[in-house]
Design a protein around this ligand. Structure first.
Ligand SMILES: Cc1ncc(COP(=O)(O)O)c(C=O)c1O
Length: 406
């Protein structure tokens, strides 16, 4: 059983920035924003602590104590490799999902040394991919965006027309951060490999939530973001296909076999290794099956009790923990501000979606009036049935009690 550190379950309402509630009452908090970030379990924290204190050594130093730290890093690398069914030497530690995604896109051009110049990314990617792609486009690189259909699935027919011998990289996320939809990455990789292109998948939201087997996905590069799988923030990985000679991410002292220089974030890496082991245990305990049942329970409550509620991504495979919904006539932030106990998202945590609406829903062709209504409810390993019921009640009461704020 996974134990979690005591993160706040109660909060003073006066800290809530809502124009509807100004009160000093203390309420229980329902956290349904695990796609934004996850708490760090006590086991992960205890595994990390010695590497801040007694075992603070730099693993590049030559003396015994430092070399022992290096061995612990090797063990963490093995745990991450096991989670993704790859060898340890395929795991390169980074500072998180953003760095790994930037590296994958920019590194792919160096990989081809100017022989291939085209980058294909889906319109549904996280900003760490889309903004990098747009920046590369402004630098003269041939970047093309692959559209998605109304269900949120990549248009493979369009992908096929964009693929040619100039394609350096195809980057398509495994699971969407806003509505949880899962792309057919193995099929996409097969198509891209026919023209010899590299394939990258941003698996930041998938790893730790569903079993991810990199060889079965058949991708060349895969992104991991630690804080989405119960490791701390500021640690992640880029996983390389076996024996892929991918250009380095950062130059300097030659750490990570010269692939990504910089003194290792030792406590972070130890924490991510432990989190990888806990994820394996959670899969063995059928965690995703139980979580899907809870998410479906929440979905049923919402469908029955929230008028004009639309749920996205239901027609295709989805993460077991994610539920993206919008209520006609409501802006997501306004709806959440009517539910002060509830902590949930209005899309990606990294940017404001108030004006344009959810980028994911926009890519799916959903009208901006509805796309602005996205509320993302994402469950965690310790979410309870009582919490999902209460969350549904709060949303239902908010919608039933008001005619909407737009
Ligand atoms: C799909 C996806 N990719 C990348 C990232 C960025 O990861 P990080 O916060 O580790 O930089 C996120 C974070 O929200 C994400 O959801």
């Amino acid at each position: 059983m996974i134990r979690f550190t005591d993160f706040p379950r109660f909060y003073p309402l006066r800290y809530r920035s809502s124009r509807h509630h100004v009160s000093r009452k203390v309420c229980p908090m329902i956290y349904l924003d695990y796609n934004a970030t996850t708490p760090v379990p006590a086991e992960v924290v205890s595994a990390m602590i010695p590497f801040f204190t007694d075992r603070f050594y730099n693993p590049s130093s030559s003396y015994f104590e430092a070399q022992m730290v290096g061995q612990e890093l090797a063990e963490a690398r093995k745990l991450m490799g096991d989670l993704l069914s790859v060898r340890s030497d395929q795991v390169i530690w980074t500072s998180g999902g953003t760095e790994s995604n930037n590296w994958a896109l920019r590194g792919s051009l160096n990989y081809w040394r100017g022989h291939r110049q085209r980058i294909l990314v889906s319109t549904m990617e996280h900003p760490s991919v889309t903004e990098t792609a747009k920046a590369m486009m402004s630098e003269g690189i041939d970047v093309k965006f692959i559209p998605v259909d109304a269900r949120g699935l990549i248009r493979v027919d369009v992908l096929d027309t964009l693929l040619d011998e100039t394609t350096a990289l195809v980057s398509v996320m495994l699971a969407n951060n806003e509505i949880g939809t899962i792309q057919p990455v193995a099929d996409i990789a097969q198509r891209a490999h026919r023209v010899g292109a590299l394939v990258h998948t941003d698996a930041s939201q998938a790893v730790g939530k569903i079993p991810v087997n990199m060889p079965l996905l058949n991708v060349d590069l895969l992104t991991v973001a630690g804080h989405k799988l119960y490791a701390p923030k500021g640690i992640g990985a880029l996983i390389l296909k076996a024996d892929l000679d991918f250009p380095h991410g950062l130059q300097g002292g030659g750490q990570e076999e010269g692939r990504r220089s910089g003194t290792e974030n030792v406590p972070g890496i130890i924490g991510l290794g432990k989190a990888a082991a806990l994820a394996q245990q959670w899969f063995a305990d059928k965690g995703p099956v139980k979580q899907r049942a809870l998410r479906n329970q929440l979905e049923n409550y919402l469908t029955e009790s929230v008028p004009h509620c639309r749920i996205f991504g239901q027609q295709i495979p989805r993460l077991p923990n994610t539920l993206g919904l919008a209520v006609d006539g409501w802006i997501g932030g306004d709806l959440l501000s009517m539910c002060p106990e509830l902590r949930a998202g209005t899309g990606s945590a990294c940017h404001s979606v108030a004006d344009e609406g959810s980028p994911t829903l926009g890519a799916m062709g959903i009208a901006p009036t509805l796309a602005r209504g996205l509320v993302r409810l994402s469950l965690g390993r310790q979410t309870t049935s009582a919490e999902v019921l209460r969350a549904a009640q709060l949303l239902a009461e908010a919608v039933q009690g008001h005619s909407g704020l737009v």
